[in-house]
Write a protein that binds this ligand. Structure first.
Ligand SMILES: [Zn+2]
Ligand SMILES: [Zn+2]
Length: 361
């Protein structure tokens, strides 16, 4: 294409200072596309960049936002076939050709593109990203979207809140009949509950917030436990008796830390039993004190997880379209101009649902 496209977006200029709207020109380079944003979800990782001084890999000023769906409106050399297609932009886009990628470690590709971290993200009108790894999804108004009660903007949350727990669950080798425990059932953990239930697991949801637990009562959280932080033994006993009821031995317990809090991490670690598995999905910059040797004594496994490789996205979108993962009850739409108050509300836990910022058309 000739000339650039004028883009407006909300930029972080200084950590903790209100984001302001700015304009810039973008021209997609070779193998890149320009996506017109339909929606971009607000994630706790954005709050970390915005307020806690977690450094972004691209220097400020930067537009945040890595949970993007939209439509390709322009393309550089070699990516022309994408123009006009509706897509979800994975939060982590591996290069696909380096040694890490070739050996199956796309999540840690050193050349990966993470919108809103490596490049300008989705809190704006458009985003420029590599074409490789984009997930094609049904067009706006397509019967498959319509019958699932969804639109393109709703699919934005697939790019992180749904796909990240999906990859963590795959890595745990969860099977039907296993026990899946989620500690923290906000955005990521809540979708994890639905995915694990859809895969046939017996699911326990643990959270400090009763409303979040209740919201999942009809969406796969078979046992819901409030973590008051006071009585860990009682919590563990409740999980153990649920497991006993379903005759699930500890080596078939998969515990997922999805709260990203030190307290949640301590709880999740404490729930791992003999031969068990701990998936570390949430993020906190804070440290916790753990007896790491428990893993040795229990012959247990702990595994981290960074995003989700693009290869898994089509299967996830299929589960969403089939209604196995419900998005609508767990999302809330807001205008981009609310970005500063929305970030404050998410930080203060004043919103229960995942917020999607929808550009004005
Ligand atoms: Zn995120
Ligand atoms: Zn790579």
């Amino acid at each position: 294409m000739l000339g650039g496209m004028k883009i407006s977006s909300w930029m972080v200029r200084e950590v903790g200072q209100p984001m302001a709207r700015g304009e810039r020109e973008e021209v997609p380079g070779a193998a890149e596309v320009l996506v017109e944003v339909a929606g971009c979800g607000v994630c706790h990782t954005d709050l970390g960049f915005f307020q806690d001084g977690v450094p972004t890999r691209h220097a400020l000023p930067l537009t945040l936002g890595h949970e993007i769906s939209g439509r390709v409106v322009a393309a550089g050399d070699g990516a022309e076939d994408w123009v006009g297609r509706a897509v979800v932009v994975p939060a982590v886009l591996p290069c696909g050709c380096c040694r890490a990628c070739r050996e199956g470690h796309g999540s840690i590709c050193p050349a990966q593109v993470f919108p809103g971290n490596d490049v300008h993200g989705g809190f704006g009108s458009h985003v420029r990203v590599p074409a490789r790894g984009l997930c094609p999804v049904p067009e706006q108004g397509d019967p498959s979207l319509h019958s699932a009660g969804l639109d393109l903007a709703a699919l934005s949350v697939v790019a992180d809140a749904v796909s990240t727990p999906y990859q963590a669950i795959l890595r745990s080798e969860l099977r039907a009949g296993d026990l899946a425990v989620f500690v923290g059932v906000g955005g990521v953990g809540g979708f994890g509950v639905q995915i694990a239930a859809a895969l046939g697991a017996h699911v326990v949801a643990i959270d400090v917030d009763e409303a979040r637990l209740e919201a999942l009562a009809e969406h796969g959280a078979h046992l819901r436990l409030i973590d008051s932080g006071l009585d860990f033994k009682a919590l563990k006993k409740a999980v153990a008796s649920f497991a006993a009821e379903h005759e699930i031995p500890t080596w078939r317990w998969r515990v997922f830390e999805t709260s990203g809090t030190p307290a949640g991490q301590a709880t999740a670690f404490g729930l791992v039993g003999k031969g068990g598995f701990l998936g570390v999905v949430g993020y906190t910059p804070r440290k916790v004190e753990l007896r790491l040797s428990n893993l040795m004594a229990l012959d247990a496994t702990a595994r981290g997880n960074w995003g989700c490789v693009p290869e898994h996205y089509p299967a996830i979108v299929e589960m969403v379209l089939a209604g196995k993962i419900q998005l609508t009850p767990f999302i809330e739409r807001r205008p981009p101009a609310s970005i500063n108050e929305t970030f404050a509300a998410v930080r203060a836990h004043d919103v229960v649902r995942r917020v999607i910022l929808i550009p004005e058309s």
